[in-house]
Design a protein around this ligand. Structure first.
Ligand code: UD1
Length: 434
């Protein structure tokens, strides 16, 4: 199993490039199930969750071609014939976002069988809201043997109010509603940029969607969708992780190829912490030359501070003067990185959904264990400022969502290397057919 070895102490200097958003690419790949024609996606990141989605679609009979390098991270998906509208436990258990195929499958094939994802390191994460939304569209749903089975001859448009804001739930039901008969209005929707990006793609495929990116989305159902070409938005969480890395290491880092408009809550919080940033339309420069001061932070749905940046913010808070109270509002159990940071010398106390971080404490290198995707990113950040050589185990978590993180960080001066089995390097992957 791979590990990352990081020697702390180097400021990050120069330009680092952001990849396409994993959380936008995953629903976009699922959207390809809605049409018989090819969907061409550009700027798809080379991360493990994308490979898992490729396998998932290929098992159903899709042609999926992942092209990297010169091919501009282009993925072509063609779901002309779907032999089996089913997502197996084997794949769903490795990636919860696999449940995104439920809506498109029932809309296109009239039936779908998708494994329930089960528990998760960061919280219970049920999919009841996906199910309720599809039921409102007229699907009949059965849960048996750990699987959700959905059936509908043709979905019908409906008024749907989500009990709670859910990102993939909004996306799943949105995709289904595009092929429903009649109009659908969805209220209390997630406003994340990834939802708006998905709607953009669906509209290019012939859907009629208005309001994506706000809490109310209107959809006029159509009989058929067609092929389209779409460029995935930049990954705001990867960008945010690099911005915090620049601030933490006292560097001067240009985070290029990002969308600063999607980073508002983070940039505002960094200002409060004393981090200077400047941005153009597609880059953020972070200048980590001033002292850091503690600031409380609360995670919220977009446009609030993202839960996916909470762990990285905690690493920063360990180096700020004073006490920062971090409140996690989205997931019940998302503080597992805290104990690992404590092993590196941080002073953090967890009280329910709050983490109380007292800074500034010097960090010293240690062997630490990554527990989930963003937790592993936060440990990389902590290791970049720790004295000595840290070893981060279970790096497969980070490979799910960060493209070649060690190469990118090495390029701006970090002392970081991977040991163990390497991720397969792919220039252009062969056409895969199930
Ligand atoms: C997505 C993101 C993930 C991010 C999260 C919150 C993707 C692929 N993943 O995950 O990176 O951390 O949004 O911004 O885009 N909930 C229910 N019932 C449901 C669905 C959700 O109770 O049917 C709860 C969840 O347990 C959680 C909250 O709603 O407490 C928000 O979860 P949700 O927005 O659905 O997260 P994901 O879409 O899984």
């Amino acid at each position: 199993m791979d590990k990352l070895v990081i020697r702390g102490g180097n400021p990050l200097l120069g330009t680092i490039r952001v990849s396409g958003a994993k959380n936008a690419a995953l629903p976009a790949m699922a959207a390809a199930l809605l049409t018989e024609e090819p969907i061409i996606l550009e700027n798809v990141p080379q991360v493990r969750d994308i490979e898992t989605t490729r396998k998932l679609l290929a098992e159903m009979g899709a042609d999926v071609e992942l092209g990297y390098g010169r091919a501009q991270h282009r993925t072509t998906i063609c779901c002309r014939t779907l032999v089996s509208p089913e997502a197996s436990y084997e794949l769903v258990k490795t990636m919860r976002a696999s449940t995104l195929v439920l809506g498109p499958l029932v809309a296109r094939c009239g039936r779908a069988r998708v494994s329930l994802p089960g528990g998760c390191a960061i919280g219970a994460r049920p999919i009841d809201l996906h199910i309720k939304g599809l039921e409102r569209l007229g699907a009949s749903i059965n849960q048996e043997h750990g699987y959700v089975e959905a059936k509908a001859e043709r979905l019908r448009g409906a008024e749907i109010v989500f009990d709670k804001i859910t990102v993939t739930g909004t996306e799943d039901v949105l995709m289904a509603a595009t092929l429903a008969e009649g109009d659908t209005v969805m209220h209390n929707c997630a406003r994340e940029p990834e939802v708006a990006d998905l709607a953009d793609l669906l509209n290019k495929m012939g859907a009629h969607i208005e309001g994506a990116g706000t809490s109310t989305i209107h959809i006029k159902g159509v009989d058929k969708l067609h092929g389209a070409k779409h460029r995935i938005i930049p990954d705001r969480i990867e960008a945010g992780t690099f911005i915090v890395a620049g601030a933490l290491t006292g560097g001067d880092l240009n985070v290029a190829g990002c969308e600063p408009r999607h980073l508002g809550a983070l940039l505002q919080k960094l200002l409060e912490v004393g981090v200077r940033t400047a941005h153009t339309t597609d880059a953020v420069r972070v200048m980590g030359d001033g002292p850091l001061k503690a600031a409380d932070m609360v995670t919220e749905e977009y446009p609030g501070f993202p839960t996916d940046m909470q762990a990285q913010y905690m690493a920063l808070a360990t180096q700020a003067e004073g006490t920062s109270i971090i409140t996690e509002n989205i997931f019940e159990n998302r503080f597992m990185h805290a104990q690992e940071m404590v092993r590196m010398g941080a002073n953090i106390r967890i009280e329910g959904s709050r983490a109380i971080v007292r800074g500034r404490t010097p960090l010293s290198a240690a062997a630490v264990l990554a527990s989930d995707l963003r937790a592993s990113a936060s440990l990389v950040l902590a290791a970049l400022v720790a004295e000595g050589e840290s070893i981060i185990d279970r790096v497969y978590h980070i490979d799910r969502g960060y493209e070649h993180i060690e190469e990118k960080l090495k390029g701006v001066g970090a002392q970081i290397r991977r040991i163990g089995e390497m991720l397969p390097k792919r220039s252009v992957a062969p056409m895969v057919r199930a």
